[in-house]
Design a protein around this ligand. Structure first.
Ligand code: ADP
Ligand code: MG
Length: 292
């Protein structure tokens, strides 16, 4: 590869909001056949908002929200932000939590005024030995709308459900369609629930879904595809995505995402829109064609 044309390409990329780290990233990107995309913050806006608080018998709505938001003050997860903001908007005053603990891929725990409180997904519920059978239908109806459902557990009892919605970015559907036309196989990998993931993916024509994955699973999924001879790019925005971005043949970070994601990536999409990937591919193809 002649350095000059690569330099021209990276300069052109920068004008288009696509930051390409080095010649290697550009050369490798031309050969990618499989694109793994994170859901939250990559396909979606990553700014979930609170849409429902559903208390169980013996609990009231404001209390369930207060306990959840009080715990989430200690978390940097986008879901946490949605819950804290939701409490603010409903003028629910927060209290103080102690013994705060974030459980990766599951949720958060702590003590609030002598009560032990946990908030998280079905895995969290399962870990605490609680049967969510009575609310599974309500939860599934919400998930089928693409919402993320969390359970609030108070002193070992289910206190209620909290549901948040995170809309798909406006630019996502057209970008995915163009990527399909360019020949990419597109796989969604998300820590979110299978049902929620399926609802979001269905509208976008995603080829394959890997749901309920832990951060370390994302890197493993990529390793397995590489072992099967695939050339894999991974697009993600979160701290959790960094190992997968590093494992991929080309990591693609959202410029709107976490610094560690950007540091782990070969390509950064300044605006965090996936149409940047379409531009990067065209640029890689024309540059490599020029060089050959
Ligand atoms: P992703 O960013 O792909 O959704 P995460 O591993 O960050 O994956 O989260 C996986 C799941 O764990 C979330 O969908 C949620 O159900 C639960 N979870 C993680 N962190 C929190 C939190 N702070 N509050 C509530 N639930 C959480
Ligand atoms: Mg994300």
């Amino acid at each position: 590869a002649t350095p000059m044309s690569i330099m021209t390409a990276t300069g052109r990329g920068a004008q288009l909001g696509v930051l390409i780290k080095n010649a290697e990233a550009l050369e490798r990107f031309e050969k990618i056949d499989t694109l793994i995309v994170d859901k939250t913050g990559t396909l979606t806006e990553g700014k979930p908002r609170l849409v429902a608080v559903l208390p169980e018998d013996g609990f009231d709505e404001a209390d369930v929200l207060r306990l959840a938001a009080t715990l989430e003050k200690g978390s940097e997860h986008p879901l946490a932000e949605a819950i804290v903001r939701g409490a603010e908007e409903k003028s629910v005053a927060l209290t103080e939590a102690t013994d705060f603990e974030a459980v990766t891929g599951k949720g958060v725990k702590g003590s609030i005024a002598g009560q032990s409180v946990a908030l998280g997904n079905a895995k969290m519920l399962h870990d605490l030995g609680i049967d969510g059978g009575s609310v599974s239908e309500v939860a599934n109806t919400r998930r089928d709308e693409g919402e993320t459902v969390m359970f609030v557990i108070v002193d070992g009892r289910l206190g209620g459900l909290i549901s948040v919605a995170d809309p798909v970015k406006e630019s996502t559907p057209a970008a995915l369609q163009a990527l399909h036309e360019l020949g990419f196989r597109i796989i969604m990998a998300t820590g979110d629930n299978e049902r929620t993931a399926t609802a979001v993916a269905a509208k976008l024509g995603i080829d394959e879904i890997r749901a309920d994955v832990l951060p370390e699973d994302k890197a493993r999924i990529i390793r397995d595809l590489q072992a099967a001879g695939k050339k894999v790019a991974m697009a993600g925005d979160g701290v959790n995505d960094a190992p997968a971005l590093a494992q991929a043949d080309v990591g693609i970070a959202m410029g709107t995402g976490a610094d560690v994601a950007i540091e782990s990536a070969g390509i950064t999409l300044v605006k965090g829109n996936l149409d940047g990937i379409v531009r990067a591919r065209r640029l890689a193809q024309s540059t490599m064609n020029n060089i050959r």
